[in-house]
Design a protein around this ligand. Structure first.
Ligand code: LMR
Length: 396
């Protein structure tokens, strides 16, 4: 029977990492997967994480099961981080949070809830979006519809097109929004555009699902949450999928959460119960270690301050790398305007490189980027910057 299973092609992102690992060129450069790399090309364990792990080891707690939805301390810490203390403590805002193994499971759970509990038929997402978004929601049984996102240059937002294509959305459909640091483009709406987008979502009766995988990579943990907080503060319901892969560097520990904001306490209790049912029937309860780390850091004033400072350093370094990258490219290609790279935010840049250029970079220079032209800015460092810019210039 199994010979009838169709062969699925390698994943667009993880398949590329495999290829990169096999490349024997000592000067190979990995700009593919969204993983932060420091100046030495390593993905470091943050100090706050290391200190929390030492505390956990010393206290020799337990490896028993977590509750289905994770520990109360962790869940509240997520609620506060996303919504801010004012909304979280506001009696009129009814939210529930469950721990999930990373942002991916959180997204999948929201797809399952939308489909199974509310029979939502379709979800709108930006074109382009993270390749896995499409697969996650399609696998959950939703039709995926795309709204235009970029302008004609393909490197900045085409907001008129966003609004125009969403005119076709109908009440009861869902919409997926990247709360900050859009993946794959790095192109975010302005605050005013966010307001218009949220007004349209309310006017059309769409159900928003915010993917919040890069909190702290845009401007600050609070500023980056503004699109969500403004929407919730205006009294609307939303699902928020967050991840600690990037902002805690806890990629392989699989730590995240799903938060639902409802209009009434009863609705919130029902949503919470549905999320728990979905978790119990899929993986029973979440993994322990990563959530203990996050819980320890977020609930300890010193560790939290250290974490925020480290996260700021990461953000500032990426911004500096963008500036240096743009100036080195401009030196080599004075006729080209690369400033859009400075305007994009977070780890990624829709670099403007064509598929042919990306292919040439890989074949001739062992430089790995996604076929869409997405590059991970955090894969650049002062040792590979010159080599990278020379190689890119040779493809023009
Ligand atoms: C990425 O977009 O590269 C990351 O979010 C990693 C992943 O899971 O694809």
């Amino acid at each position: 029977m199994f010979e009838n299973a169709p062969l699925n092609p390698p994943d667009a992102i993880f398949g590329l990492i495999e290829k990169f690992k096999k490349d024997s060129n000592p000067n190979k450069i990995n700009l593919s997967v969204g993983v932060y790399q420091d100046e030495s090309g390593k993905t470091p364990v943050m100090n706050a994480v290391y200190e929390a792990e030492k505390k956990l080891l010393a206290s020799r707690g337990t490896k028993s099961y977590l509750p289905i939805d994770g520990s109360p301390g962790y869940r509240d810490a997520i609620g506060r981080l996303i919504l801010g203390d004012d909304l979280f403590d506001n009696d009129g805002v009814h939210s529930c949070t469950a721990q999930t193994p990373g942002g991916t499971v959180s997204l999948r759970l929201s797809g399952e809830i939308l489909k199974r509990v509310f029979n939502v038929s379709a979800i709108w997402m930006s074109n382009p979006t993270w390749a896995n978004h499409t697969k996650i929601f399609a696998t959950a049984g939703l039709e995926v519809k795309k709204y235009d996102y970029l302008d004609d240059s393909g490197t900045g937002i085409g907001f008129d097109k966003v609004l125009a294509s969403l005119q076709a959305a109908t009440a009861g459909e869902a919409i997926l929004l990247h709360a900050v640091c859009h993946n794959p483009t790095g192109v975010d709406p302005t605050p005013d555009q966010w307001k218009q987008l949220c007004d349209l979502i309310v006017e059309k009766g769409l159900i928003p699902v915010f993917d919040f995988a890069y909190q702290g990579f845009g401007e600050s943990v609070d500023a980056d949450a503004a699109p969500i907080r403004n929407f919730v503060a205006a009294g609307h319901e939303a699902i928020i999928c967050n991840s600690f892969s990037k902002n805690f560097g806890l990629y392989g520990e699989r730590v995240g959460g799903i938060t639902a904001v409802s209009k009434t306490a009863e609705a919130s209790a029902a949503m919470h119960s549905q999320i728990k049912l979905m978790i119990r029937t899929m993986y029973s309860n979440p993994p322990l270690h990563g959530a203990l780390i996050v819980n320890t850091v977020l609930n300890d004033a010193d560790l939290r301050a250290n974490w925020l400072a480290e996260l700021s350093e990461v953000r500032e370094r990426i911004i500096q790398l963008r500036g240096e990258f743009v100036s080195q490219l401009t030196e080599r290609l004075p006729g080209q305007d690369f400033n859009y790279i400075n305007l994009q935010r977070g780890m990624f840049s829709y670099s403007g490189l064509s598929k042919a250029q990306v292919d040439a970079l890989q074949a001739e220079h062992s430089i790995y980027a996604l076929g869409s032209g997405r590059i991970n800015i955090a894969g650049i460092n002062s040792s590979n910057m010159k080599q990278l810019c020379d190689a890119i210039a040779s493809t023009y």
